[in-house]
Design a protein around this ligand. Structure first.
Ligand SMILES: [Zn+2]
Length: 204
């Protein structure tokens, strides 16, 4: 136990996984929604994050994040070696919000490696970590907006001019719908675009 406690100082991710295990050990494995909920709190994730903001949040958790040119079929990948953790994301954002989705996906895979290390895998050999990571990324993105929405609503509510306020509410509704839609359908959009590109390539 001493080793584990010491290990978490240089490894915030492992510390987070230990805390999640201690909170949910009785009902293990937790659902992706429960994990996403815990993760958004711990990571300080937000619905709209610039690459710089994402890099800073990762850095605070001991993870190096970089954006580089990757082959079109690869959105990102992660690697861990001892306490060094790294996530690489394709600098080209095919669909808006892809960077955040990919970041959450890669982090979910890292979390699973830590859970396995701690003897508490959440994915059975018959299940796919890829699928779970997609589900998690979707849930985590929805969770960020759910948390931010009350503050946005209050902000718009404080607008004095009536028509400005109505416009604010309308914008908020449209944004929330588009955002939630993108959470659910982003992987399909990406597949559609890569498929279209592949076909174009095959034809020429
Ligand atoms: Zn993956």
């Amino acid at each position: 136990m001493k080793l584990l406690t010491d290990g978490t100082i240089n490894n915030p991710l492992l510390g987070f996984c230990l805390a999640v295990i201690s909170r949910h050990a009785e009902k293990w494995p937790p659902t992706e929604q429960v994990l996403a909920d815990e993760f958004v709190d711990w990571f300080g994730a937000q619905s709209l994050m610039t690459p710089t903001a994402m890099r800073e949040l990762c850095w605070m958790k001991g993870i190096d994040l970089s954006f580089i040119a990757l082959p079109p079929e690869l959105h990102g990948f992660n690697c861990s070696f001892h306490d060094k953790k790294e996530i690489i994301i394709s600098e080209h954002e095919m669909v808006p919000f892809t960077h955040v989705h990919t970041l959450f996906h890669e982090l979910r895979e890292m979390l699973e490696h830590a859970f396995v290390e701690l003897g508490h895998a959440t994915v059975t050999p018959k299940q796919s970590l890829e699928v779970k990571a997609e589900e998690f990324a979707m849930a985590a993105r929805m969770e960020t907006l759910t948390r931010e929405l009350p503050a946005y609503i209050e902000m718009v509510g404080n607008i004095e001019k009536n028509w400005h306020r109505y416009f604010g509410y309308a914008f908020l509704i449209v944004f929330s719908v588009v955002y939630m839609f993108s959470c659910v359908f982003l992987p399909q959009f990406e597949d559609m675009i890569s498929e279209a590109r592949r076909q174009r390539y095959v034809r020429t």
